[in-house]
Ligand binder design. Structure first.
Ligand code: ZN
Length: 273
């Protein structure tokens, strides 16, 4: 091979190698670009998913409340429901309401499962079927504007007491402090019916709860903490009252003056801010 031929061959090889390298680099760049695009799309989808759940924190607080109900033996399994007023959140500026879905496990429930409805029960946001007690709950919200949270439970002691008396008297400091008044027993009405809401409004009086005869309890509050606390202390007081009734001995009662004295705001309870 002449020197010239060798040079030509080397040049050809170098050119081929350069072309291969350029092709490799371009393929690599395309791959990196595609990877970046995919990551960007995933990121956008993730952000859209979070953005697509309005009132996410409020929705989560309803699920947490359901766990609180279960931790305090007010419900079993998927029982009961929790609802919350969202002031002015409907498109027409009226209040909207967050309600837990029907027949879903609280253990696997995520904020998107909680449904946002208008005051007539039309879904504003969410894909799940709302609680079967929604018409009753919405009736309560419409007729009790001071109420922002409604809890429904099947707590056993309160339900048991409802079968034997017409009210839990304000004979306990916890009833006076956390429920604000004697708790009345509303007559029977079938479940999943607006009647539950109508009877609640009729019988709740000054208290934060009502016992639904043969069924359970509706507790209300200005927020989740107040409604859940009312339901928990109702259960504790009903357990104590049933124990007292079971002795068959005469029951001691507080006088209206003693009740008023206990109810007086003393500003001590709780920790300073
Ligand atoms: Zn029920």
């Amino acid at each position: 091979m002449s020197k010239k031929d060798k040079e030509a061959k080397d040049a050809k090889r170098a050119k081929a190698e350069a072309a291969t390298e350029a092709a490799r680099k371009s393929k690599q760049a395309a791959k990196e670009e595609a990877g970046k695009r995919l990551a960007k799309a995933k990121d956008a989808a993730e952000r859209a998913k979070h953005k697509a759940v309005p009132y996410k924190a409020e929705r989560q607080s309803l699920i947490d409340c359901a766990f609180g109900m279960r931790d305090n033996a007010l419900i079993k399994g998927n029982g009961g429901n929790v609802s919350m007023r969202v002031p002015g959140a409907a498109p027409d500026g009226r209040d909207a309401f967050l309600v837990t879905p029907t027949a879903m496990s609280y253990d696997t429930m995520v904020p998107a499962d909680v449904v946002l409805v208008d005051e007539l029960g039309n879904t504003l946001d969410g894909k799940r079927r709302p609680t079967s007690d929604m018409t009753a709950v919405l009736y309560i919200f419409r007729h009790m504007p001071e109420v922002n949270v409604v809890i429904h439970t099947h707590q056993p002691y309160a339900t048991a007491l409802g079968l034997v008396v017409d009210e839990l008297p304000a004979d306990f400091t916890t009833v006076i402090d956390e429920l604000h008044a004697a708790v009345h027993v509303a007559p029977f009405t079938r479940s999943s019916d607006e009647g539950m809401g109508i009877l609640t409004v009729e019988h709740i009086g000054d208290a934060l709860a009502v016992i639904l005869k043969h069924h359970g309890v509706i507790a209300v509050g200005k927020d989740i903490d107040q409604a859940l606390t009312a339901a928990i202390y109702l259960e504790e007081s009903c357990q104590a009252y049933l124990a007292a009734l079971a002795t068959g001995l005469p029951i001691a009662h507080l006088t209206p003056e003693q009740i008023a004295d206990e109810a007086e705001e003393r500003g001590y309870y709780g920790q300073p801010e």
